[in-house]
Design a protein around this ligand. Sequence first.
Ligand SMILES: [Fe+2]
Ligand SMILES: [Fe+2]
Length: 190
Amino acid sequence: MATADWRTLEGVLQRQVTGERLAHTYRVLEYARRLGRIHGADPDQVAVAALMHDYAKPLPAETLLREAERLGLSVHPVERAAPHLLHGPVAAAQLAEQGLVTDREVLQAIATHTTGRAGMGLLEKVLYVADYAEPGRRFPGAAEVREAAEQDLDRALLAALNNSLLYLVGQGWLIHPASVEARNWLLQGP
Ligand SMILES: [Fe+2]
Ligand SMILES: [Fe+2]
């Protein structure tokens, strides 16, 4: 079964994601399309990954944990303590289970958009940077990431990871090791 058509995906998404979260999704979609054009990503993969990336974001923490377990995902202790981190992996697993998205690279990009990972591919980088720096993002550092993303996607990704790790440290929150591994990998020249 191929990935469902666009209208079906939008319908499924809009039954679950609404309001400002839906507006964010469409800003990510538009910005990811732009970054994908600049950096040579497949436009169809970019569009589906961006459209569906926050599909599971509205789910409450206990539902995310329950779904992760039902779907057989391995739940890291940091995810158990901060279940919102699971909204990427749970969305990917639900979309695959429902036969709505079958493209493995698209599923991977959706799964890793919350933390990043060492060895991220082009599609994952485009989605991570677009999600972090879409034009509605007004926090310090987003403009810097947008500027870098016009030229050098890896530099933009590193800036986004640096900013989010610094933010987490500043807040005193847990850090998922996949984000640290993604940053180490970028610093060592992917
Ligand atoms: Fe997200
Ligand atoms: Fe998002």
